[in-house]
Each structure stands twice: as C-alpha cells, then as structure tokens.
Design a binder for this molecule. Sequence first.
Ligand code: C5P
Length: 224
Amino acid sequence: MSAPLYVALDTPDMDRAKAIAQRVRNHVGGIKLGLEFFMANGRHGVREMAEVGLPIFLDLKFHDIPNTVAKAIQALRPLEPAILTVHAAGGRAMLEDAKAAAPSGTKVVAVTMLTSLDDRDLVSIGLSPDPHEQVVRLAELAKSAGVDGIVCSGEEVAAAKKAWPHGFFVVPGVRPANGVIGDQKRVVTPRAALDAGASILVVGRPITQAEDPDQAARDIEATL
Ligand code: C5P
C-alpha cells in the first residue's frame, strides 16, 4: 500500500461523500467509510464509493462471537475492502476467525481501547484504570492471533512498531501543523506519525470540512 493518506468520510450523505471523494481522489491513497455511512448506504453505497477508484477502508469495528463476526466478514467479501476493523477485546478466537474470513488482500486491523474512554470508564467496565496497560495487552493479543495490525495514536505508534516490526499501524487523529485540533486530544502531525512508523494515516475533518478539500489534501500530501 503506497499512498498512506486515507480520508475519513464520516457522513450518512452519499452525495456529499461522493463529491468530496471526487475532489480529493488524486491526493489521497484511500477512503475510510464508517458505521455512519454504512448504516445509511449499506453495501450498495460502498460499491458506489469504490467507483471513485480508490481502496476502501471499512471501519465497522466488529465485536461479537467468532461465528457471527466471521459470517459478517464473509458477507463483505465481494466488496474486497483494503482494510477492515475488529475490536481486539472480542478475544483470540474472534480475531483468528475474522482474519480467516477476510479476503486474502484485506488487512484486518484491531482496535485496542477506544480513545473516548477515560480511567473511570475503564474501572466501570471492570478493567485496570491504566489505559496504556490495556493497550499493550490487547496489541500483543492482536499480534499473536495473526491479524495484520492495530489502530493506534500517533503517540503510541513508535512503541507499537518496536514491539511488532511488521505490523500494520493505522493512525487516526493526525492534524496538519497549522490545523484546527477540534475534539482530538493528543495529536501529532502527519509527517511525525509516518516517521514514527504509521502505515497509513486517517484524516477526516481537516479535509472534509475545509473550504477547499482538494487543497487541504494536497497540502497534507506535500508534507509526507
Ligand atoms: O475528523 P477526524 O480527522 O478527527 O477523523 C478521524 C477519524 O478517525 C474518524 O473517522 C474517527 O472515528 C476515527 N478515529 C479517531 N480516533 C480513534 C479511532 C478512530 O479519530 N482513536
């Protein structure tokens, strides 16, 4: 996978998603579609977005019993997504079966801890209050279960790469040096994330909410 910048099209609106994708297509390496888009537009919508001609990252974060996750991924096989996500907390068997069910060209990437959870949230679901400990444990599980990599922050990617040199690391929440940070807390620049070992970068609003999405994508591309 050569072009490392994926644009997150977090919208239920097909026309808007398509319009932005068409504008930025020459300056990004792929398109990330999440639950919001998928619930509104389904497989048909994904197929339509694939017509733009870029690899598709389907960020549906599966988390269920192994059989259900494997069957869900099998049902997506005809779409041949470049990347899809599962929750590492689904456990070893689920991760193994998810990888086995995916098309051979699809990277299966595990989400460790949602960054929306704080220490109190972790305790309230029965986990140790140290998110770092949890991330390290789940990253090791993902690696040993045979999935391709993990989603991690720009701050975590260097340590993750050291522990898993051939892992595939998806880094969201990156922000251009001059960009608006918004609700993302610990942000790094796209260049810094790549230097630290990111395989791909996920950028949403700095491109999609820009007055000129094409120029915004071009500006980020120029730093890579
Ligand atoms: O608009 P923004 O660049 O913040 O979008 C980042 C994308 O990455 C969103 O689709 C968001 O759901 C996703 N993401 C994230 N932080 C994580 C995991 C995923 O921002 N820890």
